[in-house]
Each structure stands twice: as C-alpha cells, then as structure tokens.
Design a protein around this ligand. Sequence first.
Ligand SMILES: [Zn+2]
Length: 352
Amino acid sequence: MAEGVNLRDVREHNRALLLTHILRAGGLSRVELAERTGLTQQAVSKIVPELLSTGLLDEQRRQPSGAVGKPRTRLRIRAGAKHALGARLDRDEFRVLRTNLVGEVEETAGGPLPPGFTPAQAVDAIGATALELADGFDVLGLGLGAVGPLDHRAGLVRAATNMPGWHDVPLRGLLEQRTGLPVTLDKNTNAAAFARLWPHGEPTATAVVLVGTGIGVGLLIDGRLYRGPRTNAGEFGHTTISYDGPRCACGRRGCVEIMAKRAPDTRTAAGFLGIGLADLVQVLDLERIVLAGRAVRDEPDVHREAVSDRLEELLPLPHWQRIEVVEDASGEEIVTRGAAAEVLASYYANPA
Ligand SMILES: [Zn+2]
C-alpha cells in the first residue's frame, strides 16, 4: 500500500477528525476541539467555517451569565442535514429504517417474506421500502445486514444457510440498481457489532452475539470490526461442542446452533451458547460479551444468567480476567441500526 500523505488527504483527515469528536461529545467549542484533537486553534478555525458552509454543523451562541465580552459558541452536528438507511434481511422477514446524521432512528418499516423467497423478491421488498423511507430526504446510502456467508467487499451473498436458490447473488449491485443509492452489504452479525462500535466504541475485545434464526458473532477487536479476509469471521454458531451430536444444516455434528435448536428450553439453549462462548473467551481474551437478537430480546435475563453460569463453571477466572456479560437494550433493531451506522461511519471518515 502507498504510504505517501498528500496535503489534501491531511485536510480531509482533519475534517473527519473534527466531525467525529463533535459527534461523540454531542457538541464542542473551538477551544475544546483543539484540546481534544491536538490540532492548533488556527487549524481548527480554518476548518470549522468549511464545515459550517457545507451545512453539517450548527453553531450555538451562548453568552456566559453575567460576563461581558465575546460569547462562547458551541458546534454541533446538524442532525437533519443528512440521513442514512439501514436494512436487515432475515430468513423470514426484512426491516428498513432511516436515521439522521447522528444515528437516531427516525422511521422504520418492513414485513414478512414468503418461505423460500428468491433474491428478486428480497430486492423488490427491501428496495421499494427503502425508496419510500428515502423520499424527500438527503440520503447518503443504504446499509444491509444479511444472513451469510457473504462477501462484504464484493457485495456478494455466497450461499445463505437454509435458503435454497441463493448462490453467489450480487445483492449489493442488485439493490443499487433498484434504489439508485450506494449500498453496503455486510453480514448481520457484523452490522450488529457495528451498532455497538459506532460512534462511542467498545472495550478492546468484545463479542456481539446475535441469537435469532441462527447464531453468529460480530468481533470488535482493538477498536475495529474484524470481518476476516472472506467475511467469514464469527461463524461461531457452527463451531463444534459435541463431536457426535445431532447433524447440523452446515454438514457438521453438534454445532452450537443445532445443540441450542434441539434444546428443550431457552435456559438449556443459552447454556450451550455459554459453552461455546467459554472457548471464544479463551481464544480472544474477551472483556465483554454483548447478547443481542430476537431470542435475547424475548428473554434477556434467562440468556444472561445461563451464559454467565456456564462461563463461571468452565472458566474459574482470577479477578483480573473478569468478563462482562450484557444484553443490548436496543433489541431487534441492532442489525438495522448497525447497517445504517456503517453508512454514516464511512461518511464521517470522508465527509463531502
Ligand atoms: Zn452447523
């Protein structure tokens, strides 16, 4: 990769840096911006008018009470300046939502998909709903979180497990044609993890476990989402915990997913999840496990307790190696919100 840094890149980098700091803090003065970014006040004063002129920032003037002199101004992201769409494609339904520029959800729509739906049916359903939600708004793009395996970089669904007829489908391109919007395609688990990562970050080693019609993990390592070279990281649902267990749809036996599926009740199912997660903790030195998805939203306490019990049983860890097990409070919309967040994050990284 080329290592040269052009002046233009530096300017773009600094614009992105300022916007991201303002977003995370909810609002900052020019002086605070210089302190937090390490840029000089002159540099900040040069970039801010550019950002104000693009309409991305608002300036609030506040006269300090009783004081005379120059009023302090606070810069904030103009939340309504731009919007993003996020979508989720599952094995039985789809959702689409619109957020503003700070990632707040404004409107949601969606519905069921017929059993054995084709790529064309999915593109039609998601595309039409996306266009309805985008109507009248300055929309940056559409992020889609879908069941894998898929190739994030090529925008290709390889072969969705349990979904016949889906083989090397160029889903990103098809949706771009249908909507006229730039589209990002990612695995649903990665989108879920991104919802936790952006904009405030997560601990150095965090696993976001998505429990829905399947089980998968999004990995947040060193402040980044780790997808792997073939977008195949986090296929945790198909790791073996019982070598001679029941046959899974993936072809193996005794995967976490099939063991959970065959369990007589939720607590036992979540316990199998915990057995698998104990290994993941050992491999990645996880600090936090975030439980999310439909099944967790329905019974959050059962999931958290059963997973924690298994971890304690299998990993009698010293106090300095504690693992936090939490559930995501946003419930169902974590994938859709994360898919929209991927669109927003790439805009903040390179604001036009
Ligand atoms: Zn499997």
